[in-house]
Design a protein around this ligand. Structure first.
Ligand code: ASP
Ligand code: MG
Length: 412
């Protein structure tokens, strides 16, 4: 029988009624002739509570025990979902990560999936089980210890199962009804997209549209898993939600598909560093070792052998970044005349695969921002994305102006 993967996020299994509602959707797919792999998150709020307990018990916790505790939320929902389905006369069985076994690396709290052998679950399907309920977010390391895949990791569990079992599709049920052109809380003309390309979703996911874990989109793209985001609180059918798919499967395509933003950015400038071979390595090496996630980088033209280097990072990493730079200076690895941090910036980006074949997207973006009197501080581009740093107080305005300028309220 064709396999369908259905993943339910924390709010979709937030209490027993919601688990029943989700189980109803699963039963419908079983009746339509699918064998179903259900992947569940912990009940909403549970994982945060467990993380809190670990941190209170042991501030510098052992990551193996963090995983032992934090993975447990999914065990509860997997068992409850299997019981709920059994009560509906649907043959179901729960599976914790180690029972599958979902094999991962030993990078505790951020493990990567290595392999999902099908034999155990296939055998149960052959014996008449119709639904395998899998605890998301967790696996087992080569050392035989429980691992977790990083926050939001159940999405990745779901896509990995869809790839391993050649599923017809991977449906991600959540509390929103799809992927939007931008955040509807900021722009009320935001429109739900019927389809979005993997590459675009990847950019939007990593830019802070929190619908899907970035890693899950990477996996879906690599294994060509048809991925769908849809609401668990609405009546849904085969056309509901947003399909994340290959570029070739999208017929009508706007040049720009979405506007993304990230509020908590900071811009740091090292003033007057020596412009010599190795200077970038001497600056960004220590930053990376200090765990600073550098995003944009701009190096100015040099004058008399000295230049300014500007980079952006999350605002809560500014102190750490400054500390790393001062230490590198004290150690004689770099030299600069000043270090300026601007902690009131936000990043706004337009994303779209249509940019590959259309000129003038950047100009249109800059025009729209200029018309609102918004000053651009840093610009970066990739093949399908243009990002700018601006003053945070203009972020909403910029998102709205760009949404308008690219006509995103209307389908192509
Ligand atoms: N419960 C885990 C978390 O909150 C995994 C997930 O829900 O995807 O990060
Ligand atoms: Mg999630």
């Amino acid at each position: 029988m064709p396999v369908l993967v259905m993943k339910f996020g924390g709010t979709s299994v937030g209490d027993l009624d919601r688990i029943r509602n989700a189980a109803e959707k699963v039963r419908r797919e079983v009746e339509r002739g699918h064998d179903v792999i259900v992947v569940v998150s912990a009940m909403s709020g549970k994982t945060n509570e467990l993380v809190g307990w670990v941190e209170q018990t042991s501030p510098l916790f052992d990551a193996r025990e963090y995983d032992a505790v934090v993975s447990s939320g999914e065990n509860v929902t997997a068992g409850l979902m299997a019981l709920t389905l059994q009560e509906m006369d649907v043959p179901a069985r729960s599976w914790q990560g180690w029972q599958v076994p979902l094999k991962t690396t030993s990078a505790h709290s951020a493990a990567r999936i290595e392999e999902i052998p099908r034999a155990n679950i296939d055998q149960k399907f052959a014996e008449g089980m119709r639904v395998a309920v899998v605890a998301g977010f967790q696996g087992i390391s080569p050392e035989g210890r429980i691992t977790t895949l990083g926050r939001g990791g159940s999405d990745t569990t779901a896509v990995a199962f869809a790839a391993a079992f050649d599923a017809v599709r991977c449906d991600i049920y959540t509390d929103v009804d799809g992927v939007y052109t931008t955040d509807p809380r900021i722009e009320d003309k935001a429109r739900k997209l019927d389809r979005i390309a993997f590459e675009e979703m990847l950019e939007l996911a990593s830019l802070g549209a929190k619908v899907l874990q970035t890693r899950s989109v990477e996996l879906a793209m690599r294994y060509k898993v048809k991925l769908r985001v849809l609401s668990s609180f609405e009546d849904t059918d085969d056309n509901s939600g947003t399909l994340v798919c290959a570029e070739e499967d999208i017929v009508e395509q706007n040049v720009v598909s979405g506007v993304a933003y990230s509020r908590d950015e900071a811009k740091m400038t090292l003033i007057s560093v020596a412009d010599r071979p190795g200077i970038a390595a001497a600056i960004f090496g220590p930053l990376s070792r200090a765990g600073v996630n550098v995003d944009m980088i701009v190096q100015n033209i040099s004058e008399e052998g000295r230049t300014d280097m500007t980079f952006s990072c999350p605002v809560n990493q500014v102190a750490r970044a400054a500390d790393a730079m001062e230490k590198a200076k004290a150690a004689g690895e770099i030299n600069f005349h000043g270090l300026v941090a601007d902690t009131d910036v936000a990043k706004v980006s337009v994303v779209g695969i249509g940019m590959r074949s259309h000129a003038g997207v950047a100009a249109r973006m800059f025009d729209a921002l200029a018309a609102e009197g918004i000053n651009i501080k840093v610009i970066t581009t990739s093949e399908i994305k243009i990002s700018v740093l601006i003053d945070r107080k203009y972020m909403e305005l910029a998102v709205q102006a760009l949404h308008d300028a690219f006509g995103l309220d209307k389908a192509a």
